[in-house]
Design a protein. Structure first.
Length: 360
């Protein structure tokens, strides 16, 4: 029995999900089976919005699968990776029972989705040493096995840590968890990393689930298009827990345009520029007097500790620049997270922080 079959909620084993009108494999010319309007809205020039969208448009599924180098049956298109996280909780953790493992400081939605599901969050704090903030994968494995966690979330590259976890370490963790837990690798920022090879993990064991998104490098955050990549049986389990029509048609069209060859070439160039700017900003921030530490980052952001984070935040805000205040996060009471902007924006950030030196 595969890891996913063992872990699927008992009460969902016979659950087929909602049989939406669009999921039925029937052909016809006049569609009177979904209580849609017979006329297009006045503002809907091409009439494409009158009907419910395809729950999993094959064209988009195939384009995303080709982008990530997997077969289409290994991929579920979701309403952003946020929905992927939620579906994993729904399918594998019975409400009020079970646990997940996370390595804070980390993206907050794993804990939020768990909380909404009354699932326990077992936190294994990342270790802070001279080379950066690092998830403690050994301790995460031990916690997962001890607490019988069903899902272990690894954010790679890490948000906000910026860490990159070597594929071999993730593979070892997956092998330790095999048969006991699914290992979810959130690769939202993989396009900005030195290596983007997490998909190879799928061949290693049956318990790896990868999350990808068009929100970051592909500049489509408002379209809400994410992907869950996993064994086909995991994809089928998650799809049964998904809303009937998760993907709005205009978002599907925006995603397809963003996946055309010329758009992809532009995305790669833009990600390259972000990487260059990340290094330039990191070096320049290290020279600013009020800056205590700039963590290495494989994402499109830098985590920065300040002597006076409030003064730094206020100085940037006074100039109209909003950065992420991390000070409520345990262990990051002096930190801000700064997304990499355009070269001009990054230069402004440095000169404002350098000017705020006296206060900071
Ligand atoms: C690590 C990580 N995963 C997932 C997401 C959410 O991505 P999406 O926009 O696809 O829901 C974010 C957003 O900031 C993130 O930082």
């Amino acid at each position: 029995m595969s890891t996913a079959q063992k872990l699927l909620r008992d009460d969902l084993r016979e659950f087929a999900g909602y049989p939406s009108a669009r999921s039925q494999a029937v052909q016809g010319e006049v569609w009177l089976n979904a209580n849609e309007s017979p006329e297009a809205a006045l503002t809907d020039a091409c009439g494409a919005l009158r009907r419910y969208p395809d729950p999993q448009p094959q064209s988009l599924r195939r384009a995303l699968a080709s982008l990530y180098g997997v077969d289409a049956n290994h991929l579920l298109v979701t309403r952003g990776s946020d929905e992927g996280i939620d579906l994993l909780l729904r399918a594998f953790c019975a409400p009020g029972r079970g646990a997940i493992v996370t390595a804070p400081p980390v993206f907050g939605m794993y804990a939020v989705c768990a909380r909404l599901h009354a699932t326990r969050v077992v936190e294994v704090p990342a270790r802070d040493n001279e080379s950066g903030l690092h998830s403690d994968l050994d301790a995460m494995a031990e916690a997962a096995l001890r607490e019988r966690a069903r899902l272990v979330f690894v954010c790679n590259p890490g948000n906000p840590t910026g860490e990159a976890i070597p594929a071999v370490a993730i593979k070892t963790l997956a092998e330790r968890l095999r048969g006991k837990a699914l290992l979810v690798v959130d690769a939202a920022y993989a396009e900005f990393a030195d290596t983007d090879d997490c998909v190879a993990l799928l061949d290693a064991t049956d318990n790896v689930v990868i999350l990808r998104t068009l929100s970051k490098a592909h500049a489509l955050a408002a379209a809400r298009i994410g992907s869950v990549i996993a064994a086909p049986e995991v994809i089928a389990m998650l799809q049964r827990c998904q809303a009937p029509y998760p993907l709005a048609q205009p978002a599907v069209e925006a995603a397809l345009s963003a996946l055309a060859p010329d758009a992809l070439a532009r995305t790669r160039r833009a990600a390259g520029q972000v990487r260059d700017e990340r290094e330039r900003l990191r070096q320049r921030l290290q020279g600013v007097a009020g800056v205590r530490r700039v963590y290495p980052s494989q994402g499109n952001f830098l985590l920065v500790r300040f002597r006076d984070a409030q003064a730094a935040f206020d100085a940037l805000l006074a100039a109209g620049i909003v950065v992420r205040d991390m000070r409520a996060t345990p262990g990051l009471q002096d930190a801000l997270r700064i997304s990499i902007g355009t070269p001009e924006q990054n230069t402004r950030v440095v000169s404002i922080l350098a000017g705020a030196r006296q206060a900071a």
